[in-house]
Design a protein around this ligand. Sequence first.
Ligand code: SER
Length: 347
Amino acid sequence: MSQTASDIRKAFLDFFAAREHRVVESGPLVPPNDPSLMFANAGMVQFKDLFTGKEARDYKRATSAQKCIRISGKHNDLEAVGPSPRHHTFFEMLGNFSFGDYFKEEAIVYAWEFLTGTLGLPKDRLVCTYFGGEDGIPADTEARDLWKKLTGFGDDRVIGLGKADNFWQAGDTGPCGPSSEIHIYQGGSGDIDFGSFGDEQTPEGVGWMELWNLVFMQYDRPSKDAELQPLPKPSIDTGAGLERLACVLQGKTNNYDIDLLRELVECAAEISGKPYGHTMAPDDVSMSVIADHSRLTAFLISEGILPDRDGRPYVLRRVMRRAIRHGHRLGIEQSFLHRVALKVAEL
Ligand code: SER
């Protein structure tokens, strides 16, 4: 079933609202009072103090669609944007959160129900991962066993990975913990070879794509080199990329073909006077870069950041410059980025 990104966003928030989660608006891209981060890079950012117990609110479960930017600090995807069918500088992260309320079992069951029940994703294309242990932090065998019981999958589809993949924290400090991811095999034909798990998608979009990360927050790292401390109450932080879910549900293998991005790519194509060919040819990559970067530009300027020489304004300036460079590559001679950014506002 084809669904618009707005349908999917709503379905997600409704699913968790029906399970007693408070629907919370996205926090800003520029996190107030958080010097450890340049930009919000995950849904959990606006809830950090709830995980550590520093702050309490009148809810213990929340859900949100958070505006995220990942081009600085610990999570930096800038150079992948354009050549990759699934990376963005700006994207929306759908998340559900438990602040000392439910933990691993419910989080895993909710995610599975939403993906395979509500959205109807094909189970035969999915694998789940868990933290296999590293650096003296033990393997998360509890998550492994929960996945196996729920899905009936064997070791080839419930896979243990190390810290780089399955241990999550937003920055160098703060709440963190082992995670489990759900991945889908995109494109291709014939039976899926689960032994190929880990092979990134080809430029044409065939291969494995992470859909959702479930973080089991059970530690806090108070300072950069400090030992992990147990959190007072284990909590849940999950994040699923809206653009990736839309890609799967709209039957595409490239995020730039989904409703949210497609019109921006078309806008870049129209301005350049060249057709968009849905390939990884240099012109198509340039149009994708402009589509992606115009979103970051519009959303950051809407929060009062203007391009300049250092800090956040410099990040914006670099991204705008990269988009404009790709415009020149396409042969666009007049100023154009404002036109694509206005399309973002319209969408
Ligand atoms: N914080 C985790 C992530 O960003 C899960 O939301 O991947």
